[in-house]
Design a protein around this ligand. Structure first.
Ligand code: NAD
Length: 490
């Protein structure tokens, strides 16, 4: 029988009494790796109450002491780096290089959060009126719930976890029920750094578990990363319950290619952006907008590069692209491709019906490129979240920017050009929060906010860096006067 995953609450591993457990499969082989509980509301309640009970003492622990735990965590994550990366590959299917990159960014967030004693500092103004001083301090908000997606199971919890802890909050992590294994390993490491009981907790589950977190009065802050429909739900429900919320949603990322773009660099980078992690990155290029005939050079080059990608089990170091996450996801993507073709789009490279020798049970699609996609058709507007690149042609940069800005999402937009003025115009006018200039995956470093806009984001403060510090603290302003013999002389 496969391993039953546990929750981690108040420093103890607990088996959930959930009525339902879901199977977690390796998407490259369909082998069942474990089963994950759909934790019910009464167990969420217990975790939330224990996290709240741990808050007062953790909050009083000085910030320079709190970050000592993060230094230990960073060290342990370095020591277990390969094990964590392999776990990401096993449950998610991405290749080892991508999994290592993911865990590196997770560690970078721990490193950045070690600067909390400085990042949390307040402001002080002397003599705002005669003998009166005013200052602002940052205090933690309480218990934070982190609701995470399947596509970066090792990294996305770290967009929040180290900042929330270092700022003095206690935390409940809810991983994706499709990829919950890496957080089990991370929590084995968290167990070793001897945080006080209740400061970090892990609760597995699905929609019911999430809704119990959104409704729980002990929880003050909710972060979410996932699809836009669910982001909207999370934002609405948690806000209505009086919590502070940030919800990062889905994406449909355009890359504009100008005729003066460097052919080799552009081809290599756009291919990686569209097909890396089987297109299951929220920063995957899914629309290529070719300007002024650029498709004549770039479409054949992209098709050739994409058709040469080695598809297979991500644990094989030669593999460049793995499977999609589930058979349902594969069927959904194939259905949307067909719908696009029925609408009149033209198939350039067809990755459906992929057969990978020795991995016949895996959920594979090969890279797919579709050109002449109708404006406002399914390939243009829908997030496919698979290895599919749709191609559109326009005459001018203005038209390309208009097309970018007419989309529903605003997670990322990129331009490939050797013209500084075209790049500046694009950077200035593009309605997206993460911009790439001759970059295909414009993923902000840990010390910059992960800045989705429009349909890709609900809230005000984003993940990572200073935004995370602001999100996980509330400001308190003090206006202060002291009467004394000395001050009366003023
Ligand atoms: P998802 O929305 O299906 O699930 C995300 C989380 O929400 C999971 O923990 C899941 O248990 C929970 N959930 C699912 N349905 C729910 C419901 N009805 N009620 C309450 N909770 C629910 O997302 P996913 O498929 O795991 O991840 C892929 C999506 O995430 C893509 O749309 C991708 O673009 C997006 N994403 C966005 C970013 C970003 O920074 N904007 C980053 C990574 C992924």
């Amino acid at each position: 029988m496969s391993e039953r995953l546990l929750n981690f609450v108040y420093c103890a591993w607990r088996e959930s009494k959930a009525e339902r457990y879901l199977e977690v499969a390796n998407p490259a082989t369909a082998e069942v790796l474990a089963t994950v509980p759909l934790t019910p509301a009464d167990e969420v309640d217990e975790a939330a109450r224990l996290a709240l009970a741990a808050f007062p003492e953790w909050r009083r622990t000085p910030a320079p002491t709190r970050i000592q735990y993060l230094f230990k965590l960073k060290q342990l994550m370095e020591e277990h780096f390969e094990e964590l990366a392999r776990s990401v590959v096993l449950e998610n299917g991405k290749n080892l290089a991508d999994a290592r990159g993911e865990m590196r960014r997770a560690i970078e967030n721990v490193e950045t959060a070690c600067g909390i004693p400085t990042m949390m500092m307040g402001d002080f103004s002397e003599d705002v009126a005669r003998g009166i001083d005013e200052y602002m301090i940052r205090q933690p908000v309480g218990v934070a719930a982190l609701i995470c997606p399947f596509n970066f199971p090792g990294m996305i919890p770290f967009w929040y976890l180290p900042y929330a802890l270092a700022c003095g909050n206690t935390v409940i992590v809810k991983p994706s029920e499709r990829c919950p294994l890496t957080m089990q390993k991370v929590f084995r490491l968290l167990e070793q750094i001897d945080l006080p009981p209740g400061v970090v907790n892990l609760v597995n589950g699905g929609a019911e578990t999430v809704n119990a977190l959104l409704d729980h009065p002990a929880i003050s802050a909710v972060t979410f990363v996932g699809s836009t429909a669910v982001a909207r739900h999370i934002y609405g429900r948690a806000s209505a319950n009086g919590k502070r919320v940030q919800a990062q949603g889905g994406a449909k990322n355009p890359v504009i290619i100008l005729p003066d773009a460097d052919p080799a660099l552009t081809t290599r980078i756009v291919t990686d952006s569209a097909f890396g992690n089987a297109g299951q990155r929220c920063l995957a290029a899914s629309l290529a907008i070719a300007v002024a005939g650029a498709e004549k050079t770039f479409l054949p080059a992209l098709a050739e590069a994409a058709s040469n990608l080695v598809v297979g089990n991500g644990l094989d170091p030669a593999v460049q692209m793995g499977p999609v996450i589930t058979p349902q996801s594969k069927a959904r993507i194939e259905g949307l491709i067909q719908q696009g073709l029925d609408e009149g789009a033209a198939m350039v490279l067809d990755g459906r019906n992929a057969r990978i020798s020795g991995l016949e049970q895996g959920y594979f699609l090969k890279p797919t490129i579709i050109s002449d996609i109708p404006r406002d058709g399914v390939i243009h507007r829908t997030e496919l979240f698979g290895p599919v690149l749709g191609v559109l042609r326009v005459a001018t940069v203005d038209e390309a920017i208009q097309l970018v800005n007419s989309g529903d999402y605003g997670n990322m937009a990129c331009v490939f050009t050797s013209s500084g003025s075209a790049a500046r115009k694009f950077r200035y006018e593009a309605d997206a929060g993460n911009i790439g200039i001759n970059i295909g995956v414009a993923a902000p470093m840990a010390f910059y906010p992960f800045s989705g806009w429009r349909g890709s984001f609900f809230g005000a403060l984003h993940a990572q860096g200073k935004h995370a510090v602001e999100f996980f603290t509330q400001t308190k302003v003090v206006v202060e006067r002291w009467l004394s013999e000395w001050s009366r002389t003023f």
